[in-house]
Design a protein around this ligand. Structure first.
Ligand code: 5CU
Length: 381
C-alpha cells in the first residue's frame, strides 16, 4: 500500500526521553548509565555481553586506561533538537521514533504501567511539538499485570501520533510464542497498531568465545546476535500459529528481519521433513507457509547496510512494497568525523536502496518513504 510520495521516512530511529535517562542513571545494574573518571560522556551499558568488561574495570578499581564498556551517551540520545538536526542534515522528512532497547523490560511490575504511560506521553508530546515530522511507536509495560498491559493499549490507541508499539523478543518472559500474549496481539491488531519488533538480548555470551569481550568490541552481538534473536523470535511465533490466530497482526522486523529472508526456505524444508509436525497435522497442504506470512503480515526495515542483503529482503516479501527505510539513529555515530555531519547509517542504507532498486526508481521511492506513509498512515496527523 505505497503512496506516490517522494518523502523520506525513517522508521527505525530511537529516542531516550529525559525521564527514561534519569531512570537509567538511578540504576546500579545493567541496564544503566554511569560516569567513568576521565570520560567525556557518561556510558550506557545495556548488553549482557558488556557485563564482563564492566566487571574487569570494577575489579581493577580504575577506568583510566581501560576500554570503557558500553557506548557514550551524547545529546543524540535524548535531545529532540538533535533528532531534528539529524533529520534535516540527511533529508529525512518524517521520523517514526521509538524508545530503544531494553525498553521497560527491567521495570518492576507495580511501576511498569505508570512508567509506560509517562514515557508514551513524552513521545506524544515530542511529536506534537513538530507536527507532520514526527510519529512514534509506543512502549508496552510488559512486566505489568495483564489488565494493566491491556489498559496501556487503550491509552496509546488514543494518542494522535502513535502508529504502533516497539516490542522486544522476551514478551511476558517466555518469548513471543507464549499463548498469554495472544490477547495483546489481538488488541494491537484491532487498533491497527503495527508491532516494530526489535532485538536486545542476542545470543548467550558463551557463543562468542573467550576472546570476544577483550578483542572484538560489540561486533558479534550486534552484527550476529541481534539478527539471530529476531529470526528465532519470529520462527517461534510462526511455529506456534500466532500469525494464523491473529490474521490482522502486522509486524515490522528490525534489521531486515534478521536472517529470515535468507533462512525462510530452510525453515520450510525443516517443517515438511519433520516427523512430529507431519504426524500432528501441522505441516499439511492448508498450512500458510513462512513465505505467505512474510508476504501478508510482515514488513521489514531496510537497515541492512548492503544492496545484497536488501535484495534478499525485497525478494522474501514478494516485492519492494514491504520494505521501509531506517537509520538506527542514535546508534552507530561516525567515529572519525563530526557527529553533526553525515552519518554512514544514512548513506550506506540509502545507497543499498539505490543499488537494489535503481537510483530514483519508483521502487526506491516506496522503500525510502512511500511504504511507510501508506502502511503507517503518516498523513493522518
Ligand atoms: O549499539 C548498540 O548497542 C545498539 C543497540 O543497543 N540497539 C540498537 O538498536 N542499535 C545498536
Amino acid at each position: 500500500m505505497a503512496t506516490s510520495t517522494s518523502k523520506v521516512v525513517d522508521i527505525h530511529t530511537h529516542m531516550y526521553p529525559p525521564a527514561y535517562v534519569e531512570l537509567l542513571e538511578s540504576r546500579k545494574s545493567i541496564p544503566f548509565i554511569r560516569r567513568f573518571d576521565g570520560a567525556k560522556d557518561p556510558r550506557y551499558i545495556i548488553l549482557p555481553s558488556e557485563a564482563e568488561s564492566l566487571d574487569k574495570i570494577t575489579a581493577a578499581g580504575s577506568s583510566a586506561s581501560a576500554n570503557l564498556p558500553g557506548r557514550p551517551v551524547t545529546s543524540h540520545y535524548s535531545s529532540l533538537a538533535q533528532k531534528l538536526h539529524f533529520m534535516d542534515t540527511h533529508g529525512i522528512d518524517i521520523s517514526v521514533i521509538s524508545l530503544a532497547n531494553p525498553w521497560l523490560d527491567f521495570v518492576a511490575s507495580e511501576e511498569a504501567g505508570e512508567t509506560a504511560k509517562s514515557v508514551n506521553q513524552e513521545f506524544s508530546n515530542m511529536c506534537a511539538s513538530s507536527p507532520g515530522r514526527l510519529f512514534f511507536f509506543a512502549t508496552l509495560p510488559l512486566t505489568a499485570p495483564p489488565e494493566t498491559l491491556l489498559a496501556a493499549i487503550g491509552h496509546i490507541r488514543g494518542l494522535r501520533y502513535c502508529r504502533g508499539v516497539i516490542l522486544g523478543t522476551s514478551g511476558l518472559g517466555k518469548g513471543l510464542d507464549d499463548g498469554a500474549l495472544v490477547p495483546v496481539f489481538r488488541a494491537l491488531a484491532a487498533n491497527r497498531l503495527t508491532i516494530f519488533l526489535h532485538p536486545h538480548y542476542g545470543l548467550p555470551s558463551e557463543v562468542w568465545g573467550p576472546r570476544a569481550s577483550a578483542e572484538y568490541g560489540h561486533v558479534l552481538p550486534l552484527a550476529l546476535g541481534f539478527p539471530m534473536e529476531t529470526t528465532i523470535a519470529v520462527a517461534r511465533m510462526y511455529l506456534a500459529g500466532v500469525f494464523d490466530a491473529v490474521p490482522g497482526l502486522r509486524m515490522l522486523l528490525a534489521h531486515s528481519g534478521g536472517t529470515l529472508p535468507f533462512l525462510a526456505g530452510r525453515i520450510e524444508s525443516c517443517i515438511v521433513h519433520d516427523g512430529h509436525l507431519v504426524c500432528s497435522g501441522k505441516a499439511g497442504p492448508a498450512r500458510r507457509t513462512v513465505w505467505d506470512v512474510l508476504r501478508e503480515q510482515i514488513y521489514l526495515d531496510a537497515v541492512i547496510y548492503s544492496g545484497v542483503g536488501l535484495r534478499a529482503a525485497i525478494d522474501a516479501g514478494g516485492g519492494e512494497d514491504r520494505l521501509m527505510f531506517g537509520t538506527d539513529h542514535p546508534f552507530f555515530p561516525p567515529l572519525n568525523s563530526d557527529e553533526q555531519g553525515e552519518w554512514e547509517s544514512m548513506t550506506w542504507n540509502a545507497t543499498a536502496v539505490s543499488k537494489a532498486l535503481g537510483d530514483g526508481s519508483e521502487g526506491a521511492r516506496k522503500v525510502m518513504g512511500g511504504n511507510a506513509v501508506g502502511v503507517l498512515r503518516l498523513w493522518e496527523d
